[in-house]
Design a protein around this ligand. Structure first.
Ligand SMILES: *Cc1c(COP(=O)(O)O)cnc(C)c1O
Length: 360
C-alpha cells in the first residue's frame, strides 16, 4: 500500500505501517456502545503499563497541542513556569499567555537541557503552581534528565508538573508514578508510528483536585469530563475511533516486542545514526548525555547545502529528512529513527545520505 510513497525520516509525522492502516480499517462503530467500551478498555492496561502509572490514561481527539492548552486551563491558577529550550518548549509559554495565564519562562539556550538547579531556584520563590517541561525537545534533539528534574519538582508538593513526551514516549522509559508527574502527554504521530490526530495523557489525583477549582476549564479538554467518561470506558465527545483501533494494534505490537526491547531498539538505531554523524565529521547539536533516542539533531558545522541534500534524498531515494526547525533551520538537520524502524531501514537511510552527500 505505502511502498511507492516517500518515506519519512523527519521527526514526525513518521512512517505508518500497512499493518496499522489495516487495523484502522475496521468498520465504524458507535462511541456509546459496548464495542467501543471494550476497545477503550483494551487500550487502558497497556497504556498504564507503558506510562508506568496507576493513573487513568485519557484519549483525546486532537493533536498534542489540544491537550497542552487543556492542561494549562485545567491546572494553572496562580502562575505557570514554562521550561523553554527549543521550539516546542518555547511554544508552551506562548500557549500559557494566550490562555490568559500568568506565565514565565525558565530559559536554556537552544541545544541545551533544562538546568535542575535553575528550576529549583525559580520554584523556591513560591510564585508558581504549575511547571511545564518538554522531555525530548524535538527541534534541538535535547533530552532533559527527568530523574534530576523530578527530584527538584518533588520538593514542591503544591506545584503540578506537566511533561510533554510527544517525541520520547516509547523510546525511553517515562515512569509517571515513580517520577511523580501530574500530567504526562504524548501524541500519536511520533514514536507510536500512528497517523496524527490522537493525543494520549495521564492525570494524577493532584491534577484532578486542582482542576476542580479552575473556573475556565472549558468543555472539550475538561479533565473532569475525561475522568467521568473514563469511568464508563468512554471519551467526552465522539473520538477518532479509527485511530483508536490503530492504537490498540500498536500497543499489542509493543507488548509483543517488549517495551524494554523497544527502548533497546531505539537506542541501537540512534547509536547507528550517531556513528554516521561522527564518521562524517559533523557535530551534535545537543550535548553528550542529553541526546534524544528518537531522533538526532546534527549541527551543520560543515556548511552542507541542506536544501539540496534534502532534494537529492527525495528525488533519488524517495525519502525525506528535516532541514532544521525554526531559528536553527539550515544550521542543523534532523534524522528520525523512531517508530517501527529497523537496522535495515536505518542503513538504507544512511546509505542514501552518503550517496546524496557525494553528489552535492
Ligand atoms: C510534535 C511535537 C509536538 C506537537 O504536537 P502536535 O501533535 O502537532 O500538536 C509537541 N511537542 C513536542 C515535543 C513535539 O515533538
Amino acid at each position: 500500500m505505502s511502498s511507492h510513497k516517500i518515506k519519512l525520516y523527519n521527526p514526525g509525522p513518521i512512517n505508518v505501517s500497512d499493518k496499522t492502516y489495516e487495523a484502522m480499517a475496521e468498520p465504524m462503530i458507535g462511541h456509546r456502545g459496548k464495542e467501543f467500551q471494550s476497545l477503550y478498555a483494551d487500550c487502558q492496561p497497556l497504556l498504564q503499563a507503558f506510562f508506568e502509572t496507576k493513573n487513568p490514561v485519557f484519549l483525546s481527539t486532537s493533536s498534542a497541542w489540544g491537550v497542552m492548552e487543556g492542561t494549562i486551563r485545567n491546572l494553572v491558577g496562580k502562575k505557570v513556569l514554562n521550561c523553554c529550550c527549543g521550539a516546542f518548549s518555547d511554544k508552551w509559554l506562548d500557549v500559557s499567555l494566550r490562555c490568559g495565564k500568568e506565565a514565565e519562562a525558565l530559559t536554556s539556550e537552544w541545544g541545551q537541557p533544562i538546568d535542575p538547579a535553575a528550576l529549583d531556584a525559580k520554584l523556591a520563590t513560591g510564585e508558581f503552581d504549575t511547571v511545564t517541561l518538554v522531555h525530548s525537545e524535538t527541534s534541538t534533539g535535547v533530552l532533559s534528565n527527568l530523574e534530576e528534574i523530578a527530584a527538584v519538582l518533588n520538593k514542591y508538593p503544591d506545584v503540578c508538573s506537566v511533561v510533554d513526551t510527544v517525541s520520547s514516549f516509547s523510546t525511553v522509559p517515562t515512569p509517571v508514578d515513580a517520577l511523580g508527574i501530574d500530567v504526562m502527554l504524548t501524541g500519536s504521530q511520533k514514536a507510536l508510528a500512528l497517523p496524527p490526530g490522537l493525543a494520549i495523557f495521564t492525570c494524577s489525583d493532584r491534577a484532578f483536585a486542582r482542576a476542580k477549582h479552575q473556573k475556565d476549564r472549558g468543555y472539550y479538554f475538561d479533565f473532569l469530563e475525561f475522568k467521568k467518561n473514563h469511568e464508563k470506558d468512554m471519551t467526552p465527545s465522539t473520538p477518532c475511533i479509527s485511530l483508536i483501533y490503530g492504537l490498540r494494534a500498536k500497543l499489542r505490537e509493543i507488548e509483543a516486542e517488549g517495551i524494554q526491547n523497544r527502548y533497546k531498539r531505539h537506542a541501537k538505531l540512534n547509536a547507528k545514526v550517531h556513528a554516521w554523524v561522527e564518521k562524517h565529521g559533523y557535530d551534535f547539536f545537543a550535548p553528550e548525555g542529553y541526546r534524544s533516542k528518537a531522533l538526532t539533531c546534527v549541527a551543520n558545522n560543515k556548511d552542507t547545502d541542506i536544501p539540496n541534500l534534502i532534494k537529492l534524498l527525495r528525488e533519488n531515494h524517495s525519502l525525506i529528512i528535516d532541514g532544521g526547525y525554526g531559528k536553527v533551520k539550515g544550521k542543523t538537520f534532523r534524522i528520525s529513527n523512531m517508530g517501527d524502524e529497523t537496522e535495515e531501514t536505518m542503513d538504507s537511510v544512511l546509505n542514501a545520505l552518503d550517496d546524496s552527500l557525494a553528489k552535492l
